[in-house]
Design a protein around this ligand. Structure first.
Ligand code: ASP
Length: 312
């Protein structure tokens, strides 16, 4: 029987044991477990990888702990501009949105772009007009307000600095969320959603909504979702690079993912991590930071939710 599996992430960064209260750690683990179980349940019932990754990411978008959806960081103007993308590996269909405001689940709008338009990527006002035309409700800014995110922004507001999710560079983390899955038919899919960087301006867009950079899926090889310093992940075309190493150099998923995160991204100067699943249901979760909020569940029964430690 085809092995099926799902892996998720809630961002990578300076996640050092002891810096977080046990209560906060528990809250992160619970949120990750909930998203993981939601996605896994769909796969277990024979559902599609695409449905599983969308469900897992929606759950993480609804949780204020992560920098996506409800917990999205503040821009220089005090708004929230969210980016998301989704891709399925059978027909290589993809959808993405960037710079959207007021939308509860940007990942579902990205999926709608994929399924109901002839386009792949809609941005800004146009993306929001599209969402409205599809009946998406726009939520008041208060839904996205979070005390912690607000204080992060206050510390650098008015400066030219922008930060990846955390105001203190010595203790930074990337709170983007993502999911990858392989279903019982051997179809793979990837979904990624983010609020980007605190105090970002000029319509800055990171890797998360860019197909090939922060998100990619191809049944021939694997599905990948990234988190980290987006500019480096764009320049390294990171998600696609993992698939390329598998396709053209016959590398295993684990070796390809490891090479990209620990050699290629690092040599560019970037930090972060990724989650990946191949068409046989194997998973890889490498990161070159101290930690990454992450979890995976395999149909073999193996399952883990982790924050710190060595990558896998
Ligand atoms: N990659 C995201 C970005 O650059 C940030 C993150 O992973 O948290 O927008």
């Amino acid at each position: 029987m085809q092995k099926f599996s799902i892996a998720i992430h809630g961002g990578a960064g300076t996640l050092v044991k002891g810096l977080m209260t046990p209560e906060k750690e528990e809250a992160y683990k619970n949120a990750l477990s909930e998203a993981l179980e939601l996605g896994y349940h769909i796969l277990e019932q024979g559902g599609a990888a695409l449905d599983a990754v969308e469900a897992a990411v929606r759950s993480l978008e609804d949780c204020p702990l992560f920098n996506a959806g409800r917990g999205a960081v503040f821009t220089a103007e005090g708004h929230h501009e969210m980016d998301a993308s989704i891709m399925e590996g059978k027909h290589l269909k993809a959808g993405a949105v960037s710079l959207v405001t007021g939308i509860k689940n940007p990942i579902s709008v990205a999926r709608s772009v994929m399924e109901h338009t002839e386009h792949v990527f809609l941005a800004g006002e146009g993306a929001m007009q599209y969402a409205k035309s599809q009946g998406y409700k726009f939520l008041d800014a208060s839904y996205f307000y979070d005390e912690f995110r607000y204080s992060q922004w206050q510390e650098i507001k008015g400066s030219d600095h922008f930060q990846l999710d955390h105001a203190d560079k010595k203790d930074f983390k990337f709170g983007t969320v993502g999911a990858v899955a392989c279903d019982q038919q051997g179809n793979v899919a990837a979904a990624t959603s983010t609020g980007g960087m605190t105090n970002k301006k000029w319509g800055r867009v990171g890797d998360s909504p860019m197909i090939g950079a922060g998100n990619y899926a191809n049944n021939k090889t694997c599905a990948v979702s990234c988190t980290g310093s987006g500019e480096y992940f764009i320049r390294g075309v990171v998600a696609y690079d993992v698939a390329c190493l598998m396709e053209h150099k016959s590398m295993t998923l684990v070796d390809a993912a490891h090479e990209v995160i620990h050699q290629r991204v690092l040599s560019l100067g970037g930090d972060g991590g990724l989650i990946a699943v191949d068409n046989l249901g194997n998973v890889a979760l490498p990161f070159n930071t101290e930690g990454m909020y992450r979890g995976y569940k395999l149909s073999t029964g193996k399952s883990e939710v982790l924050i710190y430690g060595a990558d896998s």
